[in-house]
Design a protein around this ligand. Structure first.
Ligand code: T5A
Length: 204
């Protein structure tokens, strides 16, 4: 692959979307080819799956939920991420396998290792070379997210659920600190951006 695959992870409202926008703007200004994308979503099929996952009312099996995230990812790799990397782009992706491991593996209780193994299979071994994990108290993140819009199905889970997600991301960072860089997302945005650009500069 000629491009660079960079993912952004964190709990709800940690600031990933805002950060990706700014990084894309900066890299584009520097004349670098950038593609911004997100999960679930990024393709026509993926966006339909996203609506099902976030807006469905009524009970959802954790296994069904996980399968839908994987389906969205497989299509995303085929249609968007793979071709962009082949053509030499820097792909900035809002969430990827680590989100499945934290949300479905840890918080939904499917098991981080088991979920990680399925993710590896579905993503055919494609791994980000850099992951920026925005670490934030979930209470703060949920308040930030609530400023912009109505809560979705997953945001509306209990605080204990969101705390498990943070613990899982911290464990992922601890297990692979070379790939997964932790950024304190409680800092003012310009500082978060500066930290993120420092990390990215080491890779692009
Ligand atoms: N999911 C996803 C799974 O369960 N399994 C999976 O495998 C995958 C891929 C996706 C949902 O799906 C789950 C995770 C999610 O629950 P989503 O809408 O994409 O849904 O959810 P988020 O990625 O959490 O999107 P949010 O928009 O809620 O959060 P962001 O993108 O992290 O935050 P952002 O940038 O929108 O910022 C939120 C607010 O905070 C402000 C911004 O201006 C904005 O108002 N802000 C700051 N304020 C103060 N200080 C800073 N440093 C700030 N940075 C941003």
């Amino acid at each position: 692959m000629r491009g660079k695959f960079i993912t952004f992870e964190g709990g709800e409202g940690a600031g990933k979307t805002t950060l990706i926008e700014e990084i894309a703007r900066q890299l584009t200004q520097e004349g670098r080819p950038v593609l911004k994308t997100r999960e679930p979503g990024g393709t026509k099929l993926g966006e339909q799956i996203r609506t099902m996952l976030l807006q469905h009312t009524g009970p959802v099996s954790p296994y069904a939920e996980f399968s839908l995230f994987l389906a969205s990812r497989a299509q995303h790799i085929l249609e968007v991420i793979g071709p962009a990397l082949e053509s030499g782009k820097i792909v900035l992706c809002d969430r990827f396998n680590d989100s499945s491991i934290a949300y479905q593996g840890a918080a939904r209780g499917l098991g981080m290792e088991q979920v990680g193994a399925f993710c590896k299979f579905i993503s055919q071994g494609l791994e980000p070379e850099l992951t920026l994990y925005l670490d934030l108290d979930p209470r703060v993140g949920l308040l930030r997210a609530a400023k912009d819009r109505k809560q979705d199905r997953i945001e509306a889970e209990t605080i204990a659920f969101h705390e498990k997600i943070r613990e899982a991301f911290l464990a992922i960072h601890k297990a692979d600190p070379r790939r997964v860089c932790l950024i304190d997302a409680s800092m003012p945005f310009p500082k978060v951006f500066e930290e993120a650009m420092k990390r990215i500069a080491q890779h692009v």
